[in-house]
Design a protein around this ligand. Structure first.
Ligand SMILES: *Cc1c(COP(=O)(O)O)cnc(C)c1O
Length: 217
């Protein structure tokens, strides 16, 4: 538990997989966590964080960014089109591009501003009705569509079903990425990031194992 322990485990998993140490980006998922816990991880020197809600992130990160340089912020939760502009202002990477309408909005804003952060396409590998993401069979066409809009798609992201073996989903995501020539793989959370690294994760999203359990009001 804690940042140093998770860093050590990430490096061990990289080595065990025969991958260069440091080839996985460790995203510390700070949603819902008390500000003191987030601050102590910043003080420990970590700079890469993930949030799942635009509004929540807007409430805490501008102040942290005034005090800490080089914070890199990843959006890992669903993005509504009416929050897209705010998301582009705040986030350095967006992991949840999951539908054509959002792609169209991002493309328009990218035209307007002349920039767009790297994007990950979310794939609903478990085909769960309540979960966001394009279906595996629609993923190739969607990636092509996004590329035709000149959007910078860097990779794929998934959240496996809670009750299934995550490795099957990580392997499926890696396969879809490879056949589309995508190198980024955003997969793995507190309970399964080592398995994700073994299957090629370039970004792991770890919350409770770094900060402790989230306490919802
Ligand atoms: C909350 C969240 C995480 C982190 O979950 P932990 O189990 O606390 O590591 C990772 N990815 C997404 C998309 C999340 O919403």
């Amino acid at each position: 538990m804690g940042l140093m322990d998770i860093r050590t485990r990430v490096e061990a998993a990289e080595s065990a997989a025969g991958r260069p140490v440091g080839s996985t980006r460790l995203i510390a998922v700070s949603k819902v966590q008390p500000l003191e816990r987030v601050e102590s991880v910043l003080v420990e020197g970590h700079r890469v964080f993930g949030e799942n809600k635009v509004q929540e992130a807007q409430g805490k990160w501008p102040a942290f960014r005034e005090r800490f340089d080089d914070v890199e912020l990843h959006l890992i939760g669903p993005l509504q089109t009416n929050k897209a502009r705010a998301a582009l202002d705040l986030f350095d990477v967006i992991h949840t591009l999951d539908r054509a309408k959002l792609a169209t909005t991002l493309a328009r804003l990218a035209q307007e501003t002349g920039t767009c952060p790297p994007l990950f396409v979310q794939v609903n590998t478990g085909e769960e009705p309540q979960k966001a993401g394009v279906l595996p069979r629609e993923a190739d066409a969607f990636v092509q569509l996004v590329r035709e809009m000149d959007l910078p798609v860097e990779g794929l992201m998934c959240i496996p079903p809670a009750d299934e073996e995550p490795s099957l989903h990580f392997a499926l995501l890696a396969k879809i990425a490879a056949r589309n020539g995508l190198t980024g793989l955003s997969m793995g959370m507190s309970s399964d990031f080592e398995q994700a690294i073994a299957l090629g994760a370039t970004h792991v999203r770890v919350g409770s194992a770094i900060f402790g359990d989230r306490i919802y009001a």
